[in-house]
Design a protein around this ligand. Structure first.
Ligand code: AMP
Ligand code: DBH
Length: 541
């Protein structure tokens, strides 16, 4: 074989044939979703963004035209493009147009900043970067110029809105003969990992594997053309994109309505205006929404309420079930690396309250191991590892990290501590990975620590997730300062922002310490540190 190393690990050939034979992998690229949508659901509403509406037919056409426009810019199949757009229709149009062309997008989030975007662009050698002009007071064109200066492979920055000297969003009147649809077993796009290392890792998803997870998710969530899904989480995130998310809705013939954000008053207004029937929330949002006056009246039309992305307290789940009796409640425990678990419609309340569901596929292999990689007894707590028809076999161009994050036989070490019940349902009890889950947003402690250590006043640093009633966890930076140095939280946050770190990764709290507790091998003893901080907080109360 003379192919250059693609940087990602395909499934072994025997397993791939098995997944095809089992009907999981159809040999169809994700771009078929829109072709099929136009054929099956033609004039039904597919997408609403503000005052703009698209039927399935119109959406398919708009995607083809945008693809033509991108070809006219000189973009080519196989190119890598970082896209960073807020919840606007153009995000989906661009994503689908790129899939149609076999151009591989990296799905950055609007919250990402220079440090993350430069890392994505450099890792994939991106030829283009797509942003909006201004959003929530932030000028992405300024960011784009900084990114361009750091990334020599970037030939173009495309801007939705006022482009200034950058390239404007291509006009939709560029009919062109499009190339053939891409190969289904090839790389479709990069999803992002919350990560556990110093730099964010990229998740290579193929057409075959993602399409399978989307179809099955739509089926087991009982989606029909009557479903109307309000997307309030960032549209590029794996959960609202595929579990079953917008793509699942389009498989089933439903309609996706975009909200710019999860703010309850605007979301409730959209729920009413568009007769929304389906929501996908993280626990902190569920709590916030239910605390609003007349929440149950606002949400009375919801028929499917999904909650996932972070641990959900059974009391909050119970509260939601009681207050929204006409609604099916569902827990979702998923990861952008693949494996997604759902409680099933009609499951007993005990399952809905106390489990995070079971895997999508009968061929999702689940093993629970102790810290020495030995199987634990059935029902005992341990580390969750998984392998299956839509779980990646390795991060992109990360051989050293992959040797730790995957077993030699291809199981992904999720870093989640779980129990596997005899009935096949999982309960998430914690995590072993050094990650903070702040309201569903994942922060790799190592990445934050690497940034903290760049401050000239800092001698040693540890980032911790402190339990928080609203967000699940908040970020605490525990620092040992150099002799004579001083540092306060606002200045620290300014420093990290200037390093180009995303806002959601900035510490909520700063704890100065004389020294950090260490384990016998000299690593920071995070459990002890957490216990010390919690004890100190309790004694202060
Ligand atoms: P990522 O790998 O960045 O996509 O984040 C996925 C991680 O989010 C999982 O490995 C879990 O740690 C966490 N997560 C997702 N859903 C849930 C859930 N329902 N309950 C607890 N943790 C969750
Ligand atoms: O947290 C996640 O990453 C997540 C949660 C629910 C996810 O990727 C998913 C469903 O697909």
């Amino acid at each position: 074989m003379t192919h250059p190393d693609p940087g990602w690990t395909p499934w072994p050939a025997a397993l791939a044939s098995y997944y095809r034979a089992a009907g999981y992998w159809l040999g169809q690229p994700l771009s078929q979703l829109m072709v099929r949508g136009a054929a099956c659901y033609g004039d039904l509403p597919a997408l609403i963004c503000g005052e703009r509406h698209w039927s399935y037919q119109q959406l398919a056409q708009a995607v083809e035209q945008l693809a033509g426009g991108l070809l006219a810019q000189g973009w080519q199949p196989g190119d890598k493009v970082v896209i960073q757009l807020p919840n606007r229709a153009e995000f989906y149009l661009l994503f689908l147009a790129l899939l149609r062309l076999g151009i591989v997008p990296v799905l950055a989030l609007p919250a990402h900043r220079r440090r993350e975007i430069v890392s994505f662009c450099q890792q994939v050698e991106a030829v283009a970067y797509v942003v909006v002009d201004l959003w929530q007071g932030f000028d992405y064109r300024v960011l784009a110029r900084e990114v361009q200066a750091a990334c020599p492979t970037l030939r173009q920055v495309l801007v939705l809105g006022e482009a200034q000297e950058l390239t404007p969003w291509p006009g939709l009147s560029s009919p062109a003969a499009l190339p053939a649809h891409p190969a289904a077993d090839g790389l479709a796009f990069f999803q992002l990992s919350g990560g556990t290392t110093g730099l964010p890792k990229l998740i290579p998803r193929t057409h075959d594997d993602y399409y399978y997870s989307v179809r099955e998710s739509a089926r087991l969530c009982g989606l029909t053309p009557a479903q109307r899904f309000l997307c309030v989480l960032p549209a590029a995130h794996n959960y609202p994109l595929s579990s079953p998310g917008a793509l699942g809705l389009w498989w089933a013939g439903g309609c996706v309505i975009l909200a710019e954000g999860p703010e309850p008053a605007t979301a409730f207004e959209l729920v009413a205006r568009h007769q929304i029937t389906h929501l996908a929330l993280v626990p902190s949002l569920l709590q916030l929404w239910l605390a609003q006056p007349h929440a149950e009246a606002h949400l009375a039309g919801i028929r499917l309420l999904q909650v996932g992305g972070a641990p959900l307290a059974p009391t909050l789940a119970q509260h939601a079930i009681q207050r929204l009796p006409a609604c099916q409640f569902q827990q979702v425990f998923g990861m952008a690396e693949g494996l997604v678990n759902y409680t099933r419609l009609g499951d007993a309340e005990a399952l809905l309250l106390h489990t995070q569901g079971r895997p999508i596929s009968p061929d999702d292999e689940i093993v629970i191991l102790d810290d020495e990689d030995r199987p634990v007894p059935v029902g005992a707590e341990g580390n969750l590892l998984t392998r299956g028809p839509y779980t990646i076999r390795g991060y992109f161009r990360a051989p050293e990290h992959n040797a730790l994050a995957f077993t030699p036989d291809g199981f992904y070490r999720t870093g989640d501590r779980v129990r596997l019940r005899p009935d096949g349902y999982l309960q998430v009890v914690g995590r072993s990975k050094d990650q903070i889950n702040r309201g569903g947003e994942k922060i790799a402690a190592a990445e934050l620590e690497a940034c903290l250590l760049q401050h000239s006043a800092v001698a040693a640093a540890a980032a911790l997730g402190l339990p928080d009633a609203a967000l699940g966890e908040r970020i605490c930076a525990c620092l040992v300062l150099k002799p004579g140095a001083s540092l306060a939280l606002p200045a620290l946050r300014r420093f990290l922002r200037a390093l180009g770190l995303a806002e959601y990764k900035l510490p909520d709290r700063l704890q100065l310490l004389e020294r950090l507790p260490l384990t016998p091998v000299g690593k920071v003893h995070k459990r002890r540190l957490l216990e010390t901080l919690q004890a100190a907080t309790v004694s202060k109360d």
